[in-house]
Design a protein around this ligand. Structure first.
Ligand code: PGA
Length: 256
C-alpha cells in the first residue's frame, strides 16, 4: 500500500450470509474491534436486507456500509432489483460491481459492469470493481491481457474527474473461497498492471490515486505480506469477514 497517494480500504464481502439477527451480532463484533482504525477505511458489504441495520449500528463510527450489487438502470419495471439511488438513500457508500460470482452465475458481462459503474458514480456511490482471471486463463499465460481488458471495459465511460471515486479489487477466480491465495508476487504483478493500464488512460497522477485491493482467501495470516506490496492497497475479504476477530486482524494488519 502507498498511503501517501491513496486510501487503504479493507472491505468485507459477506455474500449471501447473515440474516438480520445474525448480522446484528457480527456488526457489533466488528464495531467493537475495528472502530478505531487509524489509517485504513473499513467497509462491510452486506446483503441488501441487512443494510438498514448496518447503517443504523455503524452510524457513529468510522466503518462504512457497502452493497454487493445493484441494477444498471436508474429505476423502473425490474421486479426484485435494487437501484443505485435506493442504496444511496439508505446510507450506502460503496457498491461491489462485477464480482466474479455475478459474472459466473448471473451472466454479467464487461459491458454490463461498465453500465453499473456509470450508474453507481451518478448516484454518488463508490464502485468496487472486481476483475480477475480464471485458473485456465492463468495457465494459458493470458492473465494480464484478461485483467487489463476487464479494467478498460469497466472504465470505458468514466472520465478522469471520476477516477478518484473508483476502487478496483483484483480477485483471481481460482483464489476465491478456495483457501488458495495468490502469492505476493502474483498479486503484486497484476495490481501493478492494473495501475499501468490506468496510467496509460488517465496519466500518472490519476492512476496513483486509485485504491487497488486484492481479494481471494485473504486472511489474518497472509494479509500483512500482501498489504506490504506498494500496489496492493487493501483487501476484499469474503470468508474471513464473517468472523469479527479474523476481520479485525486484517484491519489491524492494514493499520500497521
Ligand atoms: P474469499 O472471497 O475471501 O472468501 O476468498 C473473496 C471475495 O469473493 O470477495
Amino acid at each position: 500500500m502507498n498511503r501517501r497517494y491513496r486510501k487503504t480500504i479493507i472491505a468485507g464481502n459477506w455474500k449471501m450470509n447473515m440474516t438480520p439477527s445474525e448480522a446484528r451480532t457480527l456488526i457489533n463484533g466488528v464495531k467493537a474491534h475495528c472502530a478505531k482504525s487509524k489509517w485504513c477505511e473499513t467497509v462491510v458489504c452486506v446483503p441488501y436486507i441487512d443494510i438498514p441495520l448496518a447503517v443504523r449500528l455503524l452510524k457513529d463510527c468510522r466503518i462504512s456500509v457497502g452493497a454487493q450489487n445493484m441494477h444498471h438502470e436508474a429505476s423502473g419495471a425490474y421486479t426484485g432489483e435494487i437501484s443505485a439511488a435506493m442504496l444511496k438513500d439508505a446510507g450506502v457508500k460503496y457498491v461491489v460491481v462485477g464480482h466474479s460470482e455475478r459474472r459466473q452465475y448471473f451472466g454479467e458481462t464487461d459491458a454490463l459492469v461498465s453500465e453499473k459503474v456509470v450508474r453507481a458514480l451518478a448516484a454518488d456511490l463508490r464502485p468496487i470493481i472486481c476483475v480477475g482471471e480464471t485458473l485456465q486463463q492463468r495457465d494459458m499465460g493470458i492473465t494480464l491481457e484478461i485483467v487489463g481488458a476487464q479494467v478498460k471495459a469497466a472504465l470505458s465511460a468514466v472520465g478522469a474527474d471520476k477516477l478518484r471515486r473508483i476502487v478496483f479489487a483484483y480477485e483471481p477466480v481460482w483464489a476465491i473461497g478456495t483457501g488458495r491465495t495468490a502469492t505476493v508476487e502474483q498479486a503484486s504483478e497484476v495490481c501493478n498492471h492494473i495501475r499501468a493500464v490506468l496510467r496509460k488512460k488517465y496519466g500518472a497522477r490519476g492512476a496513483r490515486s486509485v485504491t487497488i485491493q486484492y481479494g481471494g482467501s485473504m486472511n489474518e495470516t497472509n494479509a500483512k505480506e500482501l498489504l506490504a506490496e506498494l500496489d496492493v492497497d487493501g483487501g476484499l475479504i469474503g470468508g474471513a469477514s464473517l468472523n469479527a476477530d479474523s476481520f479485525a486482524a486484517i484491519v489491524n494488519a492494514a493499520n500497521q
